[in-house]
Design a protein around this ligand. Structure first.
Ligand SMILES: [Zn+2]
Length: 417
């Protein structure tokens, strides 16, 4: 039986969203949390973007030393041979790629303005796939942007061309959030049956159906005999109305009525890591978690009305579908209400040693602490808010990798492209 896997795209779709962004250290922490949770793959960034390359290399080093393992780190690249060349020039050790190109007539005509047609799209995509193999790629997914508005026969032709050139998966992108669970089911099932390729389901929330569409799409892929790879973001952060929320989608797959009896995860997911991950992403993005967010919202396990409170006290299952402890909730959180020492870009060694001492991280002496403090100051320049405990500990444990993450050297004027 085919299975469901998760590919989180917070570090790509999430960070390309208007008004939102993450520092390279924050992106790294997201990858670490996703790995601990058991997520199959993180779309960890843009290998053709100059300021991203040291971050990507540093994360691939973390994979080499076992910190970011077994999660698969995959880069998003436009499906053009020139972009693939640039990706491997900037990040030579990248091995997993998703190559993206628009497939709907709306976008082909609207973006290329008559300069390119359907045949050109097929040629560009297959050239890009071939080029990626030549440079040592180990896995390739091909993204059909605006798949939900793409002519079905052409979408199948596109996927089969990708398959013929060795691509492992086709990403069905409902780029505008146009599908409903009914329409995506039909499209993805047909795509699975006609291509016999594993399918990635990439949904947006413009009509409020990103999670519902994701599980309908996953069901369709599996009913069509193929593995499903659901794309998500943490807290549903993403372009416009956002993407399918990671935690809500995992809950939908594992807890919704009758679903998990037939449609199962290919790899266990540790939901007890969800609370910490969601809180960190909220802090790093500077976007509060909605009070009614599934699983991790402040009200997800709150009861006030007499009948509900009485019922849940007698038996939580009266009014709760799952337990807060399953999401990693329930531990008290310490909120400082008095004197506080925070990290900052102008921190000094005394305050820093005090801060680290509170996390049971001690330094031999002041000189021992200084190099780590220096890295912490640089991290604060990028984050512009106090670092959290896990970030401070990461820097202290992996100073060389942190140094790489924090190095941003713009190319000189002549080299900028
Ligand atoms: Zn998207």
């Amino acid at each position: 039986m085919a299975k469901i896997y998760f590919i989180d795209v917070t570090n790509r779709d999430g960070v390309q969203t208007a008004r939102l962004g993450l520092s390279k250290l924050e992106k790294t922490m997201i990858n670490i949390y996703l790995n601990r949770m058991g997520i199959f793959q993180s779309e960890f960034g843009f290998p053709t973007t100059a300021h991203e390359s040291l971050y990507l290399q540093a994360n691939l080093e973390l994979a080499d030393i076992g910190v970011l393992r077994p999660i698969r780190l995959e880069g998003w690249v436009r499906a053009s041979a020139a972009d693939i060349e640039r990706a491997f020039a900037l990040v030579p050790s990248i091995r997993h790629l998703n190559l993206s190109i628009s497939t709907s007539d709306q976008m082909i005509n609207g973006k290329f303005q008559g300069r390119r047609g359907r045949a050109d799209i097929l040629r560009m995509m297959t050239e890009a796939v071939d080029t990626a193999w030549e440079h040592g790629a180990k896995s390739i997914g091909v993204n059909a942007e605006d798949a939900s508005r793409t002519d079905m026969a052409y979408l199948v032709e596109f996927a089969l061309a990708a398959k013929e050139h060795g691509a492992h998966r086709i990403r069905y992108c409902d780029t505008l959030g146009y599908d409903s669970p009914f329409s995506i089911y039909e499209s993805v099932k047909s795509l699975a049956e006609n291509t016999k390729m594993p399918i990635e389901i990439h949904c947006h929330g413009d009509l409020g159906m990103a999670v519902a569409n994701s599980i309908a799409g996953a069901k369709a892929a599996i009913d069509g005999g193929q593995d499903a790879y659901i794309n998500t973001t943490i807290n549903g952060i993403g372009e416009r109305a956002g993407n399918a929320d990671l935690v809500a989608t995992v809950l939908a797959v594992t807890k919704s009525k009758g679903f998990a009896e037939r449609y199962q995860l290919g790899k266990p997911i540790d939901l007890t890591k969800a609370w910490r991950l969601a809180k960190f992403a909220s802090y790093a993005f500077g976007v509060p978690i909605p009070i009614n967010q599934p699983g991790v919202g402040a009200n997800a396990f709150a009861h006030a009305s007499g009948i509900h409170a009485d019922g849940v006290l007698k038996d939580p299952e009266n009014y709760e579908l799952y337990d807060f402890a399953e999401l990693g909730r329930g531990e008290p959180e310490l909120v400082e209400t008095g004197r506080e020492i925070c990290s900052g870009e102008y921190s000094g060694v005394s305050g820093f040693r005090h801060l680290m001492g509170r996390m049971a991280m001690s330094f031999k002496d002041t000189e021992d602490a200084r190099p780590i403090l220096e890295l912490v100051r640089y991290a604060n320049v990028e984050a512009q808010q106090p670092l959290v405990k896990d970030e401070l500990l990461f820097i202290a444990r992996y100073p060389q990798i942190a140094r790489k993450l924090l190095t941003l050297t713009p190319p000189d004027g002549t080299a900028i492209s």
